[in-house]
Design a binder for this molecule. Structure first.
Ligand SMILES: Cc1cc2nc3c(=O)[nH]c(=O)nc-3n(C[C@H](O)[C@H](O)[C@H](O)COP(=O)(O)O)c2cc1C
Length: 176
């Protein structure tokens, strides 16, 4: 798949085939693409924790508060993205320019992860509805958990959905 095909094919997967484990080689390929993501001042202000087995189940539960995200129980892998401190130059830039570069960087690395997962034939879903304290405890992290990404092979009932997006005129303006 070229990038346009990946962009068209990737969707948030909300039903996983529990009987199908994700090969370690594919996890490694996802992590390698994540490693190459750009970030402000190349600071890479995040840490990735790959949860499988019992810890994936526990993290899944911690994304299900108030009846949300029930589908994560079927995901064989839960990838936890926690925030690390800025490098000095990015911290100065963020302060002077009043911009939250860490959130931006975490968004970009998430996009790389989900795009690589799609390229490898895997389903994924970015999860922002999560219990920070519980996941920190499960993963022994001392930094805020910002996003979790569920990863696995899509189950047969996961159908391709037409993308609903702003039309290009609303999304974009050109200036001469
Ligand atoms: C920061 C962020 C947080 C999200 N949190 C959740 C979530 O907690 N649960 C969920 O089912 N989807 C979540 N999503 C997925 C979005 O709902 C989804 O990307 C959007 O509706 C577009 O659909 P698509 O990914 O299938 O193209 C999140 C996406 C992002 C980028």
């Amino acid at each position: 798949m070229n990038f346009s095909e990946i962009a068209k094919n990737r969707q948030s997967c909300r039903s996983y085939d529990e009987s199908r484990a994700v090969e370690r080689g594919k996890i490694n390929a996802i992590l390698e693409s994540a490693r190459l993501a750009p970030s402000a001042c190349n600071g890479q202000p995040y840490h990735l924790t790959v949860c499988e087995g019992e810890s994936a189940k526990a993290v899944a539960k911690a994304t299900q508060g108030m009846g949300m995200n029930k589908f994560t129980s079927s995901a064989p892998v839960m990838l936890v993205i926690s925030e690390k401190p800025y490098v000095k130059s990015a911290a100065i830039g963020a302060k002077l320019k009043k911009n939250d570069y860490r959130s931006i960087d975490i968004g970009i690395v998430s996009a790389y992860i989900t795009a690589e997962a799609a390229a490898l034939g895997l389903g994924s879903c970015i999860l922002g509805w999560l219990d920070d304290a519980k996941i920190r405890d499960i993963c022994a992290l001392d930094a805020p958990v910002r996003l979790v990404i569920s990863i696995g092979y899509a189950a047969d009932d996961e159908k391709f959905r037409e993308k609903k997006r702003k039309n290009i005129e609303e999304l974009v303006s050109f200036k001469g």
